[in-house]
Design a protein around this ligand. Structure first.
Ligand SMILES: Cc1ncc(COP(=O)(O)O)c(C=O)c1O
Length: 373
């Protein structure tokens, strides 16, 4: 699905020297590269604060913690996401309220959020799924009207732009009260292990987040908050500094790959290509098609037989997972999620795809449908 080896080979002189310089300095924890990476990412994102941490799940957990909510307070998020988004809400003893996504963009439905708001709702967590922003302008309006916090899970959308109706543009993750991201190796901006970060324009949140991520310490050996140890390793920060310089180019190449897929499938009725919204750029963390006529699993098997990878993100709705049965949802409470789980298929997508790979993938899919209809 991704080719991390090909990417490393192209960047190896820069990456190797960045890693070597950290080893030479022995500044493995909180070395200069961590601060420099935060400053460079802050500039790229156009946000006041970037706080790095150990991974994207920690980033979400820190973001929810810093809101200072009480047990029983409700947080609304999408049922069609990676488990981490929902997991941290449950882990912190808050009430997880799941809602359906929009069937076209796969992102949280604003109408569904509106219907789920109760007097106990405190926050909304939109996820910019597969590399395209959720409808943030409407979500922020709804949040303002109901006095709610917004935490954006931007793990899959580093570099995506949101276009406001007044013409202004902001990066995914910098619109809500707090944004979070992951530097998992396969992400658009990925390191060589685990890593994550938080974005905020709020000075108080930034101070508190920095403190909680570092054992609750503001001044050395003085603990104002009960914290955790969630730091980005210096070696990962050094790698991310190299990769950040190439991020815009990587994202543009992903868009060119997506354009090729779109064009190839234009006349193929059983394949529905990913919808592109007018309010967001799409940086294609995943290129996810919907397959009509219950042929998804058959297509996946056929591709497998040709050694072409494909993945189902996500095969089962969160509310039906064993760990979340206690929420009390019924099997058919989320018709859109249910339908998407049975139809979506993500195709190989990364910035180092070769034309012959793209030709093989698209011609194989077209051939499958020629023969199967
Ligand atoms: C939408 C989303 N949120 C959160 C995470 C968690 O990130 P991490 O794996 O770095 O903890 C991921 C990634 O894996 C993700 O895709």
């Amino acid at each position: 699905m991704v080719d991390l080896r090909a990417q490393y080979e192209k960047l190896s002189p820069e990456i190797d020297s960045a890693i070597k310089s950290v080893i030479d300095s022995t500044a493995f924890i909180k070395g200069p590269d961590v601060k420099l990476f935060e400053e460079e990412l802050q500039k790229y994102m156009g946000v006041r604060h970037v706080i790095s941490c150990a991974n994207g799940t920690d980033a979400l957990q820190l973001a929810v913690r810093v809101l200072g909510l009480n047990p029983g307070d409700e947080i609304i998020t999408t049922n069609f996401t990676f488990i981490a988004t929902a997991e941290v809400v449950a882990l912190l003893g808050l009430k997880l309220v799941l809602v359906d996504p929009d069937p076209g963009t796969f992102n949280i439905s604003v109408e569904a959020i509106r219907k789920a708001i109760t007097p106990k709702t405190r926050a909304i967590v939109p996820v910019h799924l597969f590399g395209q922003c959720a409808d943030m302008e409407s979500i922020m309006e709804l949040a303002k009207l109901n006095n709610l916090f917004v935490i954006e899970d931007a793990a899959q959308a580093t570099g995506a732009d949101y276009f406001f109706s007044d013409g202004s543009v902001k990066k995914a993750g910098t619109i809500g009260h707090i944004g979070t991201t992951s530097f998992f190796p396969s992400k658009n901006l990925g390191c060589y292990g685990d890593g994550g970060a938080l974005y905020t324009n709020d000075d108080n949140f930034a101070k508190k987040l920095r403190s909680i991520a570092n054992h609750g310490m503001k001044v050395r050996y003085h603990y104002d908050d009960i914290g955790v140890n969630s730091r980005l390793d210096t070696i990962q920060a050094a790698i991310l500094r190299v990769k950040l310089k190439h991020l815009s180019r990587f994202n543009e190449t992903r868009q060119a790959v997506a354009d090729f897929y779109d064009e190839a499938f234009a006349g193929c009725l059983p394949v529905i290509v990913p919808e592109r919204s007018k309010y967001s750029s799409h940086i294609f963390h995943q290129y996810t098609i919907k397959v009509r006529n219950s042929k998804r699993d058959e297509l996946k098997k056929y591709l497998e037989s040709l050694k072409i990878p494909s993945m189902v993100y996500y095969p089962g709705p969160l509310h039906m997972q064993e760990a979340y049965r206690h929420l009390g949802y019924g099997e058919n409470d989320f018709p859109v999620t249910k339908e998407l789980c049975s139809k979506v298929l993500s195709l190989p997508m990364h910035p180092d795809m070769e034309q012959d790979q793209l030709d093989l993938i698209t011609s194989s899919i077209l051939k499958f449908f020629d023969n199967s209809i």
